[in-house]
Design a protein around this ligand. Sequence first.
Ligand SMILES: NC(=O)c1ccc[n+]([C@@H]2O[C@H](COP(=O)([O-])OP(=O)(O)OC[C@H]3O[C@@H](n4cnc5c(N)ncnc54)[C@H](OP(=O)(O)O)[C@@H]3O)[C@@H](O)[C@H]2O)c1
Length: 239
Amino acid sequence: MKIAVLGTGGGARCHIAKLLELGHEVVVGTRDPQATLARTEPDMMGNPPFQQFLAEHPGITLLPFGEAAAAADELVISGIDGHNAVAALTVIADQLTGKTLIDYAVPFVYQHEPEHPWPTPWGIMPKLEPVDTDSLGEQIQRALPRTRVVKSFVTQEQSTVVNPAGVGGGDHTMFVAGDHADAKQQTAALLKSYGWTDILDLGPLVAARGMEMYAHMHSAIGFGLGQQFGGHFGIKVVR
Ligand SMILES: NC(=O)c1ccc[n+]([C@@H]2O[C@H](COP(=O)([O-])OP(=O)(O)OC[C@H]3O[C@@H](n4cnc5c(N)ncnc54)[C@H](OP(=O)(O)O)[C@@H]3O)[C@@H](O)[C@H]2O)c1
């Protein structure tokens, strides 16, 4: 299948590499391919310049976001930074029409001055916006009424999403939420191909609120385990 991954960050790279390994054709979206290829410094998470990743993963086509989305057969994974995702996706709504869009972003706002800051090993914890009474997943679906949006992957490091067996032998739970049953089935099929065996459908997209708000708990567990950046652990829903 020809799958588009919109994004060049660390999480997107996990999906790109895994999809290539599984034999898919992968088109990658970025704001400006020339600018992305011209970067020579690691990004803010320490990932090496994207051109280095491309050299190590031949066969990838790098395109502007809209062209990458248009090139996908039916499945698009969005790895666009959560604070900018709605704006970036809204302008390519036509190219996303009729497709399934899996969104794993956290709507973090990094620059803020909270009254009661949460100091972390890497600075003040970003805040979530939207939160509680709305979610990024819902915002994206409202902006893209002709696209089937699924929220998934967001409760894990993406390196674990593409390799569930790397934690606890794979005995942990992945969630999906969305208003379109066929799109959730497509997402579950992709997750099974990644190796997931326990995929819990949380129902309509409104459940994205809980998945996104879990981001703070994910960080807290990581700190508790002594892992400063993200963390390699899973959640198991025991029932
Ligand atoms: N990394 C993980 O394991 C993980 C796990 C769970 C959730 N998440 C969440 O998933 C999202 C993506 O994470 P990631 O690690 O893959 O990448 P990221 O480093 O958070 O985001 C990089 C992507 O966002 C795009 N971007 C940044 N600012 C933009 C703007 N103003 N307009 C349009 N696009 C913009 C960049 O475009 P260019 O390509 O043009 O630079 C790049 O493709 C984040 O919200 C993150 O919090 C990540």
